[in-house]
Design a protein around this ligand. Structure first.
Ligand code: ASP
Length: 330
């Protein structure tokens, strides 16, 4: 063999003998949602679609930046949710749906997977960012779940920012209430397509967190509370299994105990997060309920599962993934 040929053969043999480099593990990962529901590709005009995608991307970027800078998962979850609460397009904080009585009553919860600390608030009026109130309850540690006037007093004691009713109230939501009261459309049709918001995250220290915030369902009455502020139904995080945030018809999600159920399957049955999420959303569907979840595994795998035609969603990680989507199959 000539010299160059010998060198080429030697190089080829070295390449064959070298084991493929193992992919580096994900350092951090985040997934978000802005509600699941009935949406049709045909009816969603390009402009509107672009607007929602940009809003999701902005929230995703804000959360990813926290994690990139070495911030913890709980901080990333808070950051995403505050961004979406302040965005009137989503049914949380500003832009929340109206109750039967014409108020905006807000529910939120947050959980830290490293110590299972959790905070939740329900039927709160006038607190600008309910997720920050839920987190204050978590950090305070004396209680997990506060509601109504008591939660509002707690917010005042902690100096959380309040806002006038006009901050939360938006025209499209008011019209949705009118349509609902006129019996022209069900709460599901008017709500779920512009739903609840949530986030799950894994930080570079290996900790998981989850949070969810909502105005609930249009025309809700009698102090109705959905799954979003219920730890174990709408939100759950445990470093040993997974982090979950849900959106959909809260009554079904509470009955199935969706978030905790998914983590249980991962922890006890050793299922991967996609299998567990699909199975539990299947249970919701079997009861007649609609909605979806975002789930984060301890290794940074972020998955979605929903039985509706769409879910506003996005995910990003330290390997360069950064994507948002709306319809099923995207
Ligand atoms: N799950 C929320 C509730 O039932 C609604 C939603 O996700 O859009 O209050």
């Amino acid at each position: 063999m000539t010299n160059p040929l010998r060198r080429l053969v030697a190089l080829a043999l070295t390449l064959i003998a070298t084991p493929a480099l193992a992919e580096p593990p994900v350092q951090w990962s985040i997934a978000i949602h802005g509600g699941a529901g009935t949406m049709s590709r045909e009816e969603m005009i390009e402009e509107k679609r672009a607007e929602y995608e940009a809003a999701l991307q902005a929230a995703l970027d804000a959360g990813a930046q926290v994690l990139r800078d070495g911030g913890d998962a709980i901080e990333a979850v808070r950051t995403v949710i505050v961004t979406l609460e302040d965005d009137p397009r989503f049914n949380a904080g500003r832009g929340a749906v109206f109750t039967w009585d014409g108020t905006n009553e807000l529910d939120a919860s947050i959980m830290d997977g490293r110590d299972l600390s959790a905070g939740a608030v329900a039927a709160v009026i006038g607190v600008k960012n309910p997720i920050l109130l839920a987190d204050a309850v978590r950090l305070d540690g004396r209680h997990v779940f506060l509601s109504g006037k008591g939660a509002e007093d707690f917010a005042a004691e902690y100096g959380l920012e309040s806002a006038e009713p006009s901050w939360f109230a938006t025209e499209p939501r008011l019209r949705a209430l009118e349509r609902f009261k006129a019996g022209k459309v069900s709460a599901i049709d008017v709500d779920l397509k512009y739903g609840t918001v949530g986030a799950v995250a894994l930080d570079s220290a290996g900790n998981l967190a989850a949070g969810t915030s909502t105005g609930g369902t249009t025309g809700k009455r009698w102090g109705r509370i959905g799954d979003s502020p219920v730890i174990g139904a709408g939100t759950y995080a445990d470093n040993r299994s997974c982090a979950v945030s849900a959106t959909g018809e809260g009554e079904y999600f509470i009955r199935v105990g969706v978030a905790r159920q998914i983590c249980n399957r991962v922890q006890m049955a050793g299922e991967d997060v996609q299998t567990a999420a699909d199975a539990v959303i299947g249970e919701v569907g079997a009861l007649g309920g609609e909605g979806g979840v975002i789930v984060m595994a301890p290794d940074g795998e972020a998955v979605f599962a929903f039985n509706t035609s769409g879910m506003y969603r996005g995910r990003a990680d330290s390997k360069g993934t950064s994507e948002v989507a709306i319809f099923a199959g995207e």
